[in-house]
Design a protein around this ligand. Structure first.
Ligand SMILES: [Ca+2]
Ligand SMILES: [Ca+2]
Length: 288
């Protein structure tokens, strides 16, 4: 074969071999570019979730706000160690398992769950506690603060502190809502709804926090360990003494909240928060 012809043959042959490979590489690069673009648009990459929990790195974050209600002032910096927090609120079916194992009556005279409340969505059927049909994956409410703390302990976890909750909800840039500063809408949070009208946990991916935790705005307030005390937040001033019978914090806004109550700084000052009772709009998630 003449050398010029051989060159053409080999180059054509080589092209035939390389063409499918380069097409595949091109396809992958296109897919990568598109997925990066999509991640950029949706605001966050897929978070790493292990055992239903998300790792929140150690470090300083901005807590409270200086332009809000009295109990959210002043804005201040809080340094926290690393912790894990549940991506989602605890559901009725999860809490039903706890009731079957531990029962609804707590120690120290506090009940864990308001079994007789009309808003309870877990009922006893054939000697088992069972979530009502259709409500299995909805946030549990009517669990008292004592019940929420006992549930977390039963799973080897604990309730988050008020500072941990707020950092998990807003990250470190001092934003107003989990997703940023744009006002809430129905694609990001479940709010302005009826008395016992919830959505399945984790339904609002567009409302994710910078770390990927979900429903930090709306779909049920959430108990935290901290007693309701003025800022600045100081864990050594008695607010984290869990042996005291105190009004405890609730964060994040309920299914029946107005948009104003959905900020990551909102401390639930208008919410009925007797820690010994269950409430129609207060649920919880756990930390570790
Ligand atoms: Ca919530
Ligand atoms: Ca109740």
């Amino acid at each position: 074969m003449p050398s010029a012809l051989r060159r053409i043959f080999y180059s054509k042959h080589t092209f035939q071999m390389i063409a499918p490979i380069s097409a595949a590489i091109c396809r992958r690069m296109m897919l990568f570019a598109l997925s990066s673009l999509f991640a950029g648009i949706s605001g966050a990459a897929e978070p790493q979730v292990v055992d239903g929990m998300i790792r929140i790195p150690a470090g300083i974050f901005i807590m409270g706000r200086s332009d809000g209600p009295e109990d959210e002032r002043p804005q201040h910096k809080v340094n926290l160690g690393e912790f894990l927090i549940d991506r989602n609120q605890v559901t009725n079916s999860q809490f039903a398992r706890f009731l079957n194992a531990v029962g609804p009556q707590g120690t120290r005279g506090a009940k864990y769950y308001d079994i007789d409340d009309n808003d309870a969505r877990i009922h006893r059927r054939e000697s088992q506690w069972v979530a009502d049909a259709g409500h299995e994956n909805r946030p549990v409410v009517e669990a008292s603060w004592f019940g929420a703390a006992a549930y977390c302990a039963w799973t080897g976890k604990r309730l988050p502190t008020e500072a941990e909750w707020e950092k998990a909800a807003r990250g470190t840039d001092g934003r107003k809502y989990p997703w940023g500063n744009e006002p809430p809408d129905a694609s990001r949070a479940h709010f302005k709804s009826g008395w016992n009208d919830f959505r399945d946990v984790g339904s609002f991916l567009k409302g994710a926090s910078p770390y990927g935790t979900l429903d930090m705005a709306g779909n049920g307030w959430e108990w935290v360990t901290s007693a309701y005390q003025p800022y600045p937040y100081d864990p050594s001033d008695g607010r984290e003494d869990l042996t005291q019978d105190r009004v405890r914090g609730t964060r994040g806004g309920g299914q029946d909240s107005s948009a104003e109550e959905l900020t990551v700084t909102q401390r639930g000052r208008h919410v009925s928060r007797n820690p010994r009772g269950g409430h129609h709009n207060i649920g919880f998630r756990c930390a570790r």
